[in-house]
Structures are given as C-alpha cells and as structure tokens.
Design a protein around this ligand. Structure first.
Ligand code: SF4
Ligand code: SF4
Length: 402
C-alpha cells in the first residue's frame, strides 16, 4: 500500500460528514442481523466507522503529512472483511440516532476498498467478467434467461409504453416469481414489451454493491436506450435490488433523468386491483406472513402495496413480523454476501423461518428473488418448515385456479 494514499476518494462530502457524525452511541447494534448470528463486533456500524476514521486520520492527518502514513495491515484486513460481510440491509441506518444513510455509505466504502485493490472478495471478483461475457452474474447463457419459465400463452409486444424487466436473479434463480409476474400482467390485460434475452442484461446492482463501478455507465446506457427505443414510459420489475438500482443509480450513471419511470410490480398490481382491472376471485383461507425485503422497504419505501395485494385476497389473514416495514430484518441474502458468507446468510434466513413458524403462518410470502433463493436454501436440512411463496406466484396461482 502506498504511503499517504487517500481513503476518501470515492466518498461524497455528505458521506464524509456522516462518518464524522457517528457518536458511537451503539443504538444500531440491536438491529444488525450479521452481528446477531455471528457476534462479530467488527461488523457493527460504529466499529466499521471507527476503523475507517482511523484510516483517514492515518492517511490524511498532520502526523501522516509530517512522517508518512502508517496503517495497521491487520486492522485493514479486518475492516475489508467487515465491510463485505455486511448485507447492506440498512437496518442500522434506519435506527441511527444521527440519521446516517448506511445502506448508501457501506457500498461506497467497498468502492474505496476496490480502488485500493483490497476488494471485492471471493467470487464477487468474477462478476465484471461474468456480466461482460454472459450478461448476468451467474455465467448462465442468455438463451436460458426466459425460455425455461416464460408461459407460452403470454404475449409480449415489440413496442409498448410498459416494459417488464425480469432481472438475472429472478430469471435464473427464482423462476416461479418471474413466471408469476408475467401471468399476472397478462391477467390484468396490459400490453407490455420486454427486451430480447441477450439485451436484457444485468441491471448493474451486483457490480454497484460490491464496489466495482467501472462498467456501470456503459451497462446502464445500453439498457436505458434499449427501453427508450421501444417507446417505454413505465418499466416494471419485481426484484427490489433492481428497482433500487434503477431508481437511485441509473439516473446517476445515465447522466440525466430517465426517460421512463420505474415501478415495482406490487405497485402496478395494487393499482390494477384498486381500479378493478384485476379481480382475484378465488378465496384463500390461510394465515400469511409477509417479509419486507430491505431494498424494497428501506430502499425505496414500498411497504403498503404488497400488503394491499395480499389483503385483497378473500379469506386471508395477514400476520406481521415483529420487525416489519422499514424496520424489517434482512433475510441474509443481501449485499452480494450470500455466496461468500453462506453460513451467515443461512443462519439469518432461519431467524425469519423461526418467527414465521412461531406465529403459526401457513405461508411465508416473499417479494424478492434473493430472499426467495436464500430462505428456501435456509430451509434445507432445517427442522422447521414453512411453505415459501413469492407474492406474484401466489396471486398467479389464484388467478389460474390452481
Ligand atoms: S447494513 Fe445491515 S448487516 Fe450491514 S452493518 Fe448495518 S445492520 Fe449490519
Ligand atoms: S446509531 Fe448511528 S451514531 Fe449511533 S453508533 Fe450507530 S451509526 Fe453511530
């Protein structure tokens, strides 16, 4: 590592002020899911912030200027692990007494680590090449993106004011969810378009969240221009990470306001139910519990529309987790940590299963492909069982009369 190499190049003035503002009060500690399952103090927000402030001081302070910087390598290694072990769920920021926007801050600390050659970690480093070569982070062929799950009876228009983006995780790892999305759109009777599988590439979230931002401008421009060319005015998507990336970050990487608006599938479907374009006739006499995905609730503030959809199903009793809406607990899959810190992710996922089972829910309803994949995985070999279903998978099943 070079002496006096800055630690603040990737951070905005606001983020520097946030780092400075942490009072080390520890209020956020109660909410960190990783700390809950590992007991690892280094992961905690005040500890990460304290360490990072030390690096800044060691690299930029008066002593560093006079005598050169000295950074403890072990401390730096611990920090890199902590900043990548975090699921970026943002629960700490929600509870922060001085309002630090941690869901935004942590990814930029990761970007700083990437700039210094210390991140990303493990298989995350393969993401840029995977996206470049296959269009998705899973290295799956483009021809398998839609073919295995797309229903034959659903028609996709060449051009339309409404477009649907399936997303990589949904298309390759949570197919009942994306299949449910298009069945419901079809039932609403809305004309929609989609990009062909080789053009519907990754939204950029796995690159953004791991701090690997180099390809993002190009990726975002390709996607935005492709939708724009099809006359799209509304882009629908069910993956909270994609929706978050599109809403918050696409305009930044595109360089200006997007020529269309972004909506989560539950917003569109809740509207269709409210204005009578979708009627769910079939009853469901079940106790359902809905888990708020971090990037949907804390990320873009969507908490009520999924509940409106579920409550519109006759016979349903909707239960709540103790921590719900903007205070929900992460499923363990976020922040690209699920593949690298698999055990943490499984342990966190099991906390969600435990609570759903304790509340005697018949089914656990999810609305995120990463949650869907991870909570299903957490159930493997676990003695507690609950039926897991995506919200549109459920609705599509009731429409189709399964
Ligand atoms: S974002 Fe979530 S996992 Fe990361 S430190 Fe905060 S509470 Fe813990
Ligand atoms: S709640 Fe906010 S101010 Fe307090 S320790 Fe956590 S990050 Fe720092």
């Amino acid at each position: 590592m070079k002496d006096r190499d800055s630690f603040i190049e990737c951070l905005s003035p606001k983020q520097l002020a946030e780092l400075d503002a942490c009072t080390q009060c520890g209020e956020c500690l109660k909410y960190c899911p990783v700390q809950e399952v590992t007991g690892n103090k280094a992961i905690s927000p005040p500890e990460k912030i304290r360490m990072f402030r030390e690096f800044i001081r060691a690299a930029e302070g008066l002593k560093a200027r006079l005598f050169g910087s000295r950074i403890d390598d072990k401390l730096l290694q611990d920090f890199v692990k902590a900043v990548y072990e975090c699921t970026t769920c943002g629960a700490c920021g929600q509870a922060c007494t001085v309002g630090i926007f941690t869901q935004r801050l942590w990814p930029f600390l990761r970007k700083e680590m990437v700039r210094r050659g210390l991140g990303p970690i493990g298989a995350q480093a393969e993401t840029p090449d995977a996206v470049k070569n296959t269009g998705n982070p899973y290295k799956k062929p483009a021809e398998e993106r839609f073919k295995p799950w797309f229903p034959e009876n659903v028609r996709v228009s060449e051009k339309s004011e409404i477009a649907y983006y399936a997303g990589c995780t949904g298309a390759y790892e949570a197919q009942p969810m994306v299949k449910g999305d298009v069945i419901v759109l079809n039932a609403i009777g809305v004309e929609f378009t989609m990009l062909p599988p080789e053009e519907e590439v990754c939204c950029g979230f796995p690159l953004f969240i791991t701090g690997q931002h180099d390809m993002l401008e190009d990726l975002v421009k390709r996607l935005v221009d492709a939708y724009s060319d099809r006359g799209v005015k509304t882009l629908l998507c069910s993956c909270p990470c994609c929706v978050n990336m599109m809403t918050r970050d696409w305009p930044v990487f595109y360089g200006r306001e997007l020529p269309f608006r972004i909506r989560h599938i539950t917003q569109f479907v809740a509207d269709a139910i409210n204005n009578g374009r979708l009627v769910i006739k079939k009853k469901l006499k079940e106790r359902l519990i809905y888990h708020d995905p971090c990037y949907l609730s804390r990320g873009v503030g969507i908490t009520e529309e999924p509940r409106m959809v579920l409550e519109s199903i006759s016979g349903v009793k909707l239960l709540e987790f103790d921590r719900n809406r903007a205070n929900s607990r992460c499923c363990g899959a976020g922040g690209a940590a699920r593949k690298v810190y698999h055990e943490n992710a499984v342990a966190i996922g099991r906390l969600t299963i435990d609570e759903a089972v304790a509340k005697k829910a018949d089914r656990l309803i999810l609305s995120c492909p990463a949650c869907y994949a991870k909570v299903n995985e957490a159930m493997e070999g676990y003695d507690k069982k609950i039926r897991i279903v995506d919200i549109m998978e459920l609705v599509s099943g009731l429409i189709e009369g399964k």
